[in-house]
Structures are given as structure tokens and as C-alpha cells.
Design a protein around this ligand. Structure first.
Ligand SMILES: Nc1ncnc2c1ncn2[C@@H]1O[C@H](COP(=O)(O)OP(=O)(O)OP(=O)(O)O)[C@@H](O)[C@H]1O
Ligand SMILES: [Mg+2]
Length: 365
């Protein structure tokens, strides 16, 4: 395998200290518009350990006095925030707290979005993007994409699994998430193809650190390339790991995703005809990739070796998957691939995620 670039440091999110639900809603909306997620503490006790490491701290006016009493250390990029009408003693208490700014909503909304966006820019582009494409139909690409996303989330990385294959039947099904509430592609792309990307990531089905942007089972649509670009842009800023499941017929959106990917994998069953089909896919995909490699999936009825498949395709071999019948049974029961952290697929996914991020899933060897 070629040597990998060094692992970027994990970004710390901005910290919001408030117990005021309405104010929090406003700030979450502004953070999303700035393309970042935030940590929330309801009071100074919950804020204490995150107070210094956070790149930006917003203290709601409701928690200003408690923070003062708690004698939290002075720090830079501290903002006192509240709605007009609640801010009567604002300046005085801001002074006592050592806050650099007082942000009065709604007037300060654009300024706050910029402050949040700056925090995202510290590590802009640090989300790792991985794209997966099948070398032939039914190669195992979607299962690998699902396994990678599940594994990254197990490693506590904020992960987005992005379904870019309109004919794939919906990646939410691969995870057993078809009942989960949240938006899918068709509802997200308007007639003009525009998409409010930061709001989008918040509106998706999610569990823990994993969110999924899937197709539904309604009318077919293509993803406009601009919608894909906007989604990837938001994901790069607000997420840490992004997995894109590509269609084999690369449309504009798929090419956009491939170009954005740090690594791309073509999954090829260990068969002669699959290798020939994969050569076509590789010919179309390779010009758009920084780093394309092959994952060969067994069984190999003709004893074709993984190395031979990779050599025939002229690409490095990223891994080989032994047959895993238990995996298929689990999928039928609605179990997500690699969810247990064991077996050939889970091990390969762990290696790929760790390689790219330095982050090992809980319980990984
Ligand atoms: N690692 C694996 N171990 C065992 N069987 C697998 C594995 N990966 C995939 N399969 C089998 O192959 C089938 C197709 O897998 P998958 O949907 O991931 O392929 P694909 O390349 O995404 O196909 P499509 O052409 O429909 O996009 C699965 O339903 C499963 O039966
Ligand atoms: Mg698929």
C-alpha cells in the first residue's frame, strides 16, 4: 500500500454554555449555518473541562452570573450572547467575565455565523472522504461503504454515509435504518437543485456519531452535481469522516464526489468476468481519483488471487475480503455491516479508518 499522509489533529468544537432552550436553538441554527457542530453545557460545572480547549466559547446571558460565581479562568474568544431585551446588564457582566464581545440577537446573527465558520476553517477540509464503487453489479460496494461508516462511528468520528447511487435501493436499508425519521435525497433537492447543506446534515437520520443521506424508495431522481458539492462541503466542515457509495455509471454528482475523495476503492469479486467489468469502471473512475485502489472479495471459484486481480487492473491492492456468510444473514435481520466489530469486513474497515484518521474503533485489535 502507498504511504499515507499524516493524520490531521481532531478539531475541538466551539462551546455554548446556556440552559435557555430558545437561545440554544438559535445558536445551533447559527452554528449549522457556519458549518460547525458545537458542544453544549447547561451550566459552568458542565462547561469547566471544555472551557479552555474550546476555540470559541459563547456564554448565554442566563449563565453569565453562574459562570462568574464559578470563577472560570479568563480566556480569549469569549462571547456573551443573548436576545435583545434580556441583555440589560450585559456590558457590565461581560467586563467582569472577561468577554471580548457582547452579541445581541437577532442583530448579531451574521457576525456569529462568521465566528462559527472561523472555527470550522481551522480544520477546513480535514474530514476524510472515502468513495466506494463496485467493479460490477452486486460486488459488495454498498456493504463496504456501510461497514466503513459504521466502523468510523464506532471510532467516535462524526461520520456521514452518503448514498450517491439512485439505483441502489437506499443505503438506509443496508444499515437497517429504513424506519428512522429524517430526510432523504429526493426531499432535499429542490426543483432548481439547490440544497441548504448545513441544515441538511442536521435533518438527516442519525444514531450516535453516524448520519446517513440515503435515497428513499420513491420516484427516481439524480443528485444534481451542485447539491453533491454543497453537501460534501458542509460535511467536510461539520463531520470528520465521510463515506460515499457511488453508482457504477458515474454521473456528474458521482464525479464530484470522486474528485473530493481522499481515497477511493473499487470492490471486485475474485472472478475473471468481474475483473473484466471492473477494468471498464476503473477506466472511467481513475482519471477523477487521487488515490484509487482495489478491494477483492472472495470466494474465488477459479482460485484467482487478489494480487492478480489488482495487477490486471493496474492498481494497488488495498485489501481482500474472505467470504462472510454470517454477514448476509445479519443484513437480512437489519443488522448493520461491521456493527459487531468482528470478522473480515470489520477488520478491513478498521484498518482503512485507522490508516486515514489514526482513530481506532472501541474494542478494535
Ligand atoms: N463482505 C461480504 N461478505 C459476504 N457477502 C457479501 C459481502 N459483501 C456483499 N455481499 C453480498 O453481495 C450482495 C451485494 O452487495 P452490495 O449491495 O454491497 O453490492 P453493490 O456492489 O453495492 O451492488 P450494486 O450493484 O447493487 O450497487 C449482498 O447483498 C450480499 O449478499
Ligand atoms: Mg450498491
Amino acid at each position: 500500500m502507498p504511504p499515507r499522509t499524516s493524520v490531521p489533529p481532531r478539531r475541538r468544537p466551539p462551546l455554548v454554555v446556556t440552559a435557555d432552550g430558545d437561545l440554544l436553538d438559535d445558536l445551533l441554527r447559527l452554528a449549522a449555518a457556519g458549518g460547525v457542530e458545537v458542544e453544549v453545557a447547561a451550566d459552568p460545572a458542565a462547561a469547566r473541562t471544555r472551557w479552555q480547549p474550546a476555540p470559541l466559547v459563547l456564554v448565554g446571558i442566563d449563565q453569565a452570573q453562574p459562570c462568574l460565581r464559578a470563577r472560570l479562568a479568563r480566556r480569549s474568544r469569549l462571547v456573551l450572547v443573548g436576545r435583545a431585551g434580556d441583555m440589560e446588564p450585559g456590558w457590565q457582566i461581560a467586563d467582569l467575565l472577561g468577554a471580548e464581545h457582547v452579541a445581541v440577537l437577532p442583530a448579531a446573527e451574521p457576525w456569529l455565523v462568521d465566528q462559527f465558520a472561523d472555527c470550522g476553517l481551522d480544520g477546513a477540509g480535514t474530514a476524510r472522504v472515502v468513495a466506494v464503487v463496485g467493479g460490477r453489479g452486486g460486488a459488495g460496494a454498498s456493504i463496504l461503504a456501510g461497514g466503513l461508516a459504521v466502523t468510523a462511528a464506532r471510532a467516535r468520528l462524526r461520520t456521514l454515509l452518503l448514498d450517491a447511487d439512485p439505483l441502489g435501493g437506499g443505503l438506509d436499508l443496508v444499515l437497517g435504518w429504513e424506519q428512522l425519521e429524517g430526510l432523504r435525497w429526493p426531499a432535499l433537492t429542490g426543483a432548481d437543485g439547490r440544497v441548504d447543506a448545513p441544515a441538511l446534515v442536521r435533518a438527516l437520520p442519525s444514531r450516535g456519531d453516524l448520519v446517513v443521506l440515503s435515497w428513499d424508495r420513491g420516484d427516481l431522481l439524480a443528485v444534481p452535481a451542485e447539491a453533491m458539492a454543497a453537501t460534501l462541503d458542509a460535511a467536510r466542515r461539520g463531520r470528520e469522516f465521510v463515506v460515499v457509495d457511488l453508482p457504477r455509471q458515474l454521473d456528474d454528482a458521482a464525479v464530484t464526489a470522486l474528485q473530493a475523495a481522499d481515497r477511493a476503492f473499487v470492490v471486485v469479486p475474485a472472478e475473471l468476468r468481474a475483473t473484466a467489468a471492473a477494468a471498464r469502471v476503473v477506466a472511467v473512475a481513475a482519471p477523477h481519483c487521487h488515490d484509487l485502489s482495489v478491494i477483492v472479495r472472495g470466494p474465488a471459484p477459479g482460485r484467482l488471487r487478489a494480487q492478480e486481480v489488482a495487477r490486471a487492473l493496474g492498481l494497488p491492492l488495498a485489501g481482500a475480503l474472505r467470504p462472510e456468510p454470517g454477514l448476509c444473514r445479519g443484513l437480512e435481520r437489519g443488522e448493520a455491516p461491521a456493527a459487531g466489530g468482528r470478522g473480515p469486513l470489520a477488520e478491513l474497515c478498521q484498518r482503512i479508518v485507522t490508516d486515514l484518521t489514526g482513530q481506532a474503533p472501541a474494542g478494535a485489535a
